[in-house]
Design a protein around this ligand. Structure first.
Ligand SMILES: *[C@@H]1O[C@H](CO)[C@@H](O)[C@H](O)[C@H]1NC(C)=O
Ligand SMILES: *[C@@H]1O[C@H](CO)[C@@H](O)[C@H](O)[C@H]1NC(C)=O
Ligand SMILES: *[C@@H]1O[C@H](CO)[C@@H](O)[C@H](O)[C@H]1NC(C)=O
Ligand SMILES: *[C@@H]1O[C@H](CO)[C@@H](O)[C@H](O)[C@H]1NC(C)=O
Ligand SMILES: *[C@@H]1O[C@H](CO)[C@@H](O)[C@H](O)[C@H]1NC(C)=O
Ligand SMILES: *[C@@H]1O[C@H](CO)[C@@H](O)[C@H](O)[C@H]1NC(C)=O
Ligand SMILES: *[C@@H]1O[C@H](CO)[C@@H](O)[C@H](O)[C@H]1NC(C)=O
Ligand SMILES: *[C@@H]1O[C@H](CO)[C@@H](O)[C@H](O)[C@H]1NC(C)=O
Ligand SMILES: *[C@@H]1O[C@H](CO)[C@@H](O)[C@H](O)[C@H]1NC(C)=O
Length: 517
């Protein structure tokens, strides 16, 4: 099995098949090697001109020609970050700069997202970086119990990973962009999901003047406690009686959908708003005359019910019962196998062993859900979290932030961004929708499709509305999602929370048949 954290968090195993032989435009190379970058702690590495269609990222190619420039940035006591910048020909450039974030434990540049931004037709110069360490230092993203991950032992690299990754390369990348086109980019944007969503929150909190607009998807911005939720869910299901098999998970999702699917007026095996669903899963308990078999699940045993309740409620402190992270939502059960061990193995246990306790033999079963939480907060939270709800400096600089979160995300509890929105509103005195919006995605997964919902459109077209918001002051009233994995052609209307999409008649597969209310 591929490591889930690695493959599902868009850690791209892509490589740019750079076509050196055919044609680099001499002026790309001449230009790039001539710019002075030392004031940005950066040095030029190499440059390549890619005609349209010749930069091949996992089978997708560039619609427009570009000059690609690699640089290396020094930071910390003895650390480096590799960054690349794609500069379209000036006829394809609209004075806009776009930086993309990383997935999972980073260490590679997300060229797949760079390509999507380049091909968006919005005229971006696009930059990305490796977050200040190479994949060699995080076992190619595949954390596992007992594996030494060098980057988690270098305090500068830990701080760079989420807090500073984007800010470290952006000044140099923007300076090169300015030199190339003869004027500085008028607007700067950021797009990232998962760890990249957390990096987006880090920009708003720690580097509030760098970007005009930020898209942060499925943000793991309380990263240390996100890791706690992985560990909690793994421990709560780690006996054969409490083990929730795929059949058991599907049984519950089906019961939830049977009870609540049509609350939104459409029978599409999808919950528009899990909060509206009041099913009591205790009613699924096995009684004296009912029993499940492995192949025919018809009810839940007491240990299974108890495991479900633990995952819906989320981790709590053992001493005072206080919540440590939100739990999962109704309808998200189908991919919980990831929560039943794989994510704890890939992320939580490596963080405890490498970063918190510096002991590869640390046994996570000894984690104390009261006293150990403080160790985690001190050793990890202070360096990888970005949870300050006071984003007033970003707001006052004119920044706009658009957050997306799938209701059926098997990694992040979907409730966290909603809680965070409320924290921001409380910190800043009420409605923040002029500059901060959250779009929940019914049946949406982690940065795209959810395994149990192949009919749900998996591309969220967020960047164009963000550009309009920043440049024309038009607050997004909806986001269109497209491209469901089942190729049914369905599109959906995503709404700024707390609005949800209501069916108003017409083709149920067409986003035009819904209104946000
Ligand atoms: C370059 O590095 C120095 C020393 O680490 C730091 O003080 C300075 O802010 C950096 N400059 C930029 C543009 O990042
Ligand atoms: C440019 O440098 C990057 C980073 O070291 C490297 O991955 C890439 O292969 C280099 N490209 C060329 C054309 O040398
Ligand atoms: C792009 O590279 C893939 C291998 O990663 C190859 O299968 C495909 O044919 C290439 N596509 C183009 C258009 O060159
Ligand atoms: C700096 O890092 C390089 C590459 O990792 C290493 O070879 C070198 O010994 C380090 N220097 C110091 C002073 O730590
Ligand atoms: C699950 O239990 C086994 C056996 O006690 C243990 O080795 C493993 O570390 C546990 N896994 C988690 C994620 O707690
Ligand atoms: C849970 O079930 C799966 C598949 O049926 C099995 O691989 C796994 O070992 C079980 N885990 C426990 C803790 O019983
Ligand atoms: C599953 O169990 C239910 C209730 O006991 C029974 O009605 C049904 O026929 C069984 N289905 C299969 C496929 O065995
Ligand atoms: C938010 O941060 C700003 C800038 O640091 C500060 O002036 C303001 O007092 C803070 N607001 C709250 C409610 O803490
Ligand atoms: C990120 O963390 C902050 C601080 O706790 C929180 O207010 C905010 O809601 C979080 N954002 C998301 C989208 O999780």
């Amino acid at each position: 099995m591929k490591h889930p954290w690695q493959c599902l968090i868009l850690l791209p195993s892509v490589s740019a098949h750079i076509n050196l032989a055919s044609s680099y435009a001499p002026d790309c190379l001449t230009f790039a090697s001539s710019i002075g970058l030392s004031q940005y702690n950066a040095s030029f590495l190499n440059a390549t001109y890619h005609p349209a269609g010749l930069l091949n990222i996992s089978g997708l190619t560039n619609d427009i020609p570009l000059c690609e420039i690699f640089t290396i940035i020094s930071y910390g006591t003895n650390d480096t970050l590799i960054s690349t910048l794609w500069l379209p020909d000036s006829t394809d450039y609209a004075n806009r700069f776009m930086a993309v974030g990383n997935g999972g434990m980073a260490g590679v540049i997300d060229t797949a997202n760079m390509l999507a931004q380049l091909n968006s037709g919005l005229g971006f110069a696009v930059a990305g970086g490796d977050a200040g360490h190479s994949a060699l230092d995080n076992n190619a993203g595949a954390g596992a119990p007992g594996i030494y991950l060098p980057y988690l032992h270098d305090p500068d690299q830990v701080e760079a990973w989420i807090h500073d990754a984007i800010a470290l390369f952006t000044p140099a990348a923007r300076a090169i962009t300015e030199a190339y086109y003869g004027e500085s980019p008028k607007y700067s944007y950021y797009d990232g999901c998962s760890t990249g969503g957390a990096q987006g929150f880090a920009l708003a909190q720690y580097h509030p003047d760098l970007f005009d607009g930020i898209v942060a998807g499925s943000p793991g911005n309380w990263s240390s406690h996100l890791a706690l939720s992985f560990l909690w869910n793994a421990q709560q299901t780690n006996t054969s009686a409490r083990n929730l098999t795929q059949e058991v998970l599907d049984f519950v999702t089906n019961a939830v959908l049977d009870a609540c699917d049509t609350l939104d007026g459409v029978a599409d095996r999808l919950l528009e708003n899990p909060f509206a669903c009041n099913i009591d899963i205790d009613n699924l308990a096995c009684g004296p005359n009912s029993a499940s078999t492995t192949d025919n699940i018809t009810c839940l045993t007491a240990p299974q019910l108890s495991a479900f309740h633990a995952i819906y409620s989320g981790p709590v402190r053992s001493d005072n019962g206080k919540p440590l992270y939100p739990g999962f939502s109704l309808g998200s059960e189908t991919e919980w196998l990831l929560q039943e061990g794989p994510l704890a193995d890939a992320f939580s246990i490596p963080i405890l062993q490498n970063l918190v306790y510096n002991d590869l033999s640390y046994n996570s079963n000894t984690f104390n859900w009261a006293s150990s939480v403080g160790d985690l907060n001190r050793k990890a939270g202070a360096h990888i979290d970005e949870t300050n709800p006071n984003l007033s400096t970003f707001r006052d600089a004119g920044g706009k932030m658009l957050v997306t979160q799938g209701w059926a995300d098997p990694f992040n509890a979907a409730l966290w961004p909603i809680k965070h929105l409320h924290q921001i509103e409380r910190a800043l005195g009420g409605d923040v929708s002029e500059w901060f919006e959250l779009f929940m995605v019914p049946g949406g997964g982690h940065c795209g499709a959810a395994g149990g919902y192949p009919g749900v459109p998996a591309s969220y077209n967020t960047v164009a509305p963000l550009v309009k918001w920043v440049e024309e002051g038009e607050v997004p009233k909806e986001v269109q999602s497209t491209d469901p994995p089942d190729e049914s052609g369905r599109s959906r209307r995503l709404c700024p929370w707390p609005e949800t999409a209501r069916y108003v008649g017409g083709d149920e597969k067409d986003w035009e048949s819904y209104l946000c209310k």
